[in-house]
Design a binder for this molecule. Structure first.
Ligand code: FAD
Ligand code: 2HG
Ligand code: ZN
Length: 465
């Protein structure tokens, strides 16, 4: 904590009255972890970080910011990968920026076992929510490697997908309600948790994927799933990537117990083994691709999984039923993001196509990148069953987006999405006009202008450039 200097027109003094001196942070050292993103690619300057404890304080912060002409960047766990969770390098007219951290919005976790619902502050991490659900024999139906830091509010704001979306859908589908604060301080809440409710617009659906541009989410109600009695994971080595696509769109997709089907390739596998010190995976040296598959059900799904994997293209399989063994198999997939980051800051492209077009995307991807960024290193992995690939390109300078452009145009040509689960942030704004029609962008602009006429919330994010 440090004493705030009196800012322009008493902005900092007014903010201190809302959150108290202990929760208004200033000074470069205290702000550093809030102003640079997880990848290290995006950073900006903020006058202060505010750490409100409830919706009333969030409303107070927004009201003061609006009155003083400051912009507010909502931030949860700061694990976002598209630069939307940290301030911009500079705003027009040198407008001051504030980071509103939701990490103290953790109060009042409530579990309704019979309705399979969990309600918690938006700053609650996914791991905390999952631990609370586990005690009741339930789970959130959404999981990602950043689970210990990513917050429920951030996951709503990005419409996060993750490792289990093939079975339970992305965050939008997990959401049973939200409480949120609009830019003018209005607190709107619909946390009824009803399975059926057709009274007008759905606030949670509107805010899913809004990336902090429409409101600050302060409370989240999540749908939970019963924890299956049996769970089995397999790391499957395959002859080539096309076999992985065929298995996932064929026999694996037919398994009702399928909970995850994740792709890794040789470039990422060897990198993960090297940087994380993991033993060579099954099939090392000969495999062209791996699938990390998980099946879960009340009747042990091991046999049906084995039947789905009984295929001559499968070279070798490692199977684990216990938690420790499953964790060891998952490490090969989950540690890709951190392993790639060890090589430098990558161009991160999080794309999706219909599963039926994956083969075309995977076949054309390397050439498209090579043409625009000769010699670039590409690490591709991702959520194969949902048609969602993470294309990490290393080599070209960050300001050279020729490879990004080539990949995103290829994906659009195949009818896909330029952001499957990470959002647009500031990273994808140059391609928004290609990804959405003028009419769709006009709808987005009008909704945003209606809810935040002063442009307080996250300017520059989700705005076409
Ligand atoms: P932040 O990074 O803090 O913010 C993200 C965006 O949401 C920003 O635009 C911010 O302004 C806004 N925001 C945050 N909180 C709020 C709020 N309460 N109200 C309004 N707006 C808000 N993502 C996936 O989808 N699937 C994955 O499998 C996955 N794996 C990952 C693995 C690693 C190792 C890492 C580092 C990231 C991964 N991510 C993944 C990305 C990231 O974890 C998700 O985007 C997550 O949803 C971000 O949550 P957060 O709390 O960290 O949000
Ligand atoms: C994952 O699926 C995340 O592991 C991160 O979405 C993807 O690092 C990436 O590109
Ligand atoms: Zn992902």
């Amino acid at each position: 904590m440090s004493t705030p200097p009196s800012g322009p027109s008493g902005l900092l003094g007014d903010l201190q009255e809302v959150v108290g001196p202990a929760h208004l942070l200033t000074g470069e050292d205290l702000l550093a972890s809030y102003t640079t993103d997880w990848t290290g690619r995006y950073s900006g300057t903020a006058l202060a970080v505010l750490r409100p404890v409830d919706a009333a304080e969030v409303a107070g912060v927004l009201e003061v910011a609006a009155r003083h002409g400051a912009a507010v960047v909502p931030q949860g766990g700061n694990t976002g990968l598209v630069g939307g969770s940290v301030p911009r390098a500079r705003l027009a007219g040198g407008r001051p920026q504030l980071v509103l951290s939701t990490r103290r919005l953790t109060g009042g976790l409530e579990l309704d076992r019979s309705s399979r619902l969990l309600e918690a502050g938006a700053g609650t991490t996914l791991a905390e929510a999952a631990r609370a659900a586990r005690h009741a024999g339930l789970h959130p139906g959404i999981d990602l490697a950043a689970r210990e830091s990513a917050t429920l509010g951030g996951m709503v704001a990005t419409n996060a997908g993750g490792l289990q979306a093939v079975r339970y859908g992305p965050m939008r589908a997990r959401l049973a309600g939200v409480e949120a604060v609009l830019a003018d301080g209005t607190v709107a809440a619909r946390l009824s948790g009803l399975a059926k409710d057709s009274v007008g617009w759905d606030l949670g659906a509107l805010l899913s994927g809004s990336e902090g541009t429409l409101a600050v989410v302060t409370r989240v109600a999540l749908r939970l799933e019963a924890t299956p009695v049996h769970r089995v994971a397999a790391l499957v080595a395959l002859d080539e990537v096309s076999s992985a696509v065929e298995l996932v769109t064929g026999p694996l997709r037919r398994l009702a117990s399928l909970e995850a089907a994740e792709l890794t390739l040789e470039a990422g596998m060897s990198l993960v083994c090297e940087t994380a010190g993991l033993a060579p995976p099954p099939g090392a040296g000969g495999a062209g691709a791996w699938l990390t598959v998980e099946a879960a059900a009340d009747d042990d799904p091991t046999d049906e999984l084995a039947r789905a994997l009984a295929d001559p293209r499968v070279l070798e399989t490692a199977v684990a039923g216990d938690a420790a063994g499953r964790g060891r198999l998952w490490a090969y997939r989950e540690r890709h993001t951190e392993a790639v980051s060890r090589l430098g800051i990558p161009h991160k492209l999080d794309v999706s196509v219909r599963p039926g077009r994956l083969a075309a995307l995977l076949a054309r991807l390397p050439d498209e990148v090579e043409k625009r960024a000769p010699g670039a290193r590409i690490v591709v992995f991702g959520h194969l069953a949902e048609g969602n690939l993470h294309v990490n390109v290393l080599g070209p300078p960050l300001e050279d987006d020729a490879a990004d452009d080539a990949v995103l145009r290829l994906v659009l040509e195949l009818g896909g999405s330029i952001s499957a689960e990470h959002g647009v942030g500031v990273a994808k704004t140059p391609w928004l006009r290609l990804a959405r029609s003028a009419a769709e962008l006009e709808v987005m602009r009008r909704v945003r202008a209606a809810l935040d006429p002063g442009g307080v919330l996250n300017p520059g994010v989700l705005e076409p450039t």
